[in-house]
Design a protein around this ligand. Structure first.
Ligand code: ATP
Length: 246
């Protein structure tokens, strides 16, 4: 469903005499329906930039992101037209960002409802499912009509995750989805991710959390110094192979 070939990103800083900052270089991996690929690695090695290039928040500098759409056609997300990306984001792609940017003066329930009605779901069904997802991520009913600007970091993050998962995307990108969550919240979120995987969603996630990796991932890739470590490890062999690396 997702085949990434030689994907690279450099940043040219026009306000700094065209200085070049390396994001990441020549990344290759693939994900089939229902598989989760975990990306790990030290801070600054390019993990978030990689997800942003797949979602096209960033324009890749080189390489390809071949994605097989619902209708069977294959599109290169690295070079797709902006309108094609907008359409795919509205219909097939999901993204959980590292930091949730709150929409001012819209309640938690309305955020999840609007996400669905914007995709053609009727208001009644959308509100019912919004309540179901808020419950699933453990957000207290007392908070449903509140503005998330006042939520704690963990509550914002759970709302962020519910908002991405409620659309049941075919490809979901997760940037540290379990960071800043306590043990209970982590379990709720991991169960929801497992449910979505079982429905066939392919996922690429940045993780630092070993438990989440062991629970969720089918494949694990390490990034070091802005490159992918050249081997990939199917999870059953991951601990052995990583022990050799470290
Ligand atoms: N918009 C940008 N403009 C310029 N440089 C950027 C931009 N985004 C990322 N970078 C640079 O690219 C490199 C990789 O950053 P990235 O955020 O992808 O790392 P990361 O592995 O996700 O780090 P962390 O684990 O700390 O979130 C860093 O040196 C960063 O400064």
């Amino acid at each position: 469903m997702l085949q990434i070939c030689e994907l690279s990103k450099n940043f040219i800083m026009h306000i700094r005499s065209e200085a070049e900052i390396y994001g990441f270089d020549a990344v290759d991996f693939s994900a089939k329906p229902g598989e989760l690929v975990a990306i790990t690695g030290p801070s600054g090695c390019g993990k978030s930039s990689l997800l942003k290039c797949i979602y096209r928040t960033y324009m890749p500098t080189g390489g390809h992101v071949h994605y097989t759409c619902k209708d069977g056609s294959v599109i290169d997300l690295a070079t797709a037209e902006p309108w094609e990306m907008i359409h795919l984001r509205e219909t097939e792609l999901g993204y959980v960002s590292q930091f949730f940017s709150v929409i001012p003066r819209v309640s938690a329930l309305d955020i999840l409802t609007n996400t669905q009605t914007g995709r053609g779901v009727d208001v009644k069904t959308a509100r019912e499912r919004a309540a179901e997802y808020l419950e699933k991520v453990g957000i207290s009913p007392k908070l449903w009509d509140m503005y998330p600007a006042t939520f704690s970091g963990g509550e914002k993050q759970r709302l962020n995750i519910a908002n991405a998962l409620i659309t049941k995307p075919r490809l979901l990108l997760l940037d540290e989805p379990t960071a800043s969550l306590d043990a209970h919240s982590k379990e709720w979120v991991m169960n929801m991710i497992l449910d979505l995987k079982a429905e066939g969603t392919a996922m690429v996630g940045v993780f630092h959390d070993e438990i989440a990796i062991q629970t969720l991932a089918d494949w694990r890739y390490e990034m070091r110094e802005r490159k992918m470590v050249p081997k990939d490890y199917k999870m059953e062999y991951a601990s052995e192979a990583l022990a050799e690396l470290l």
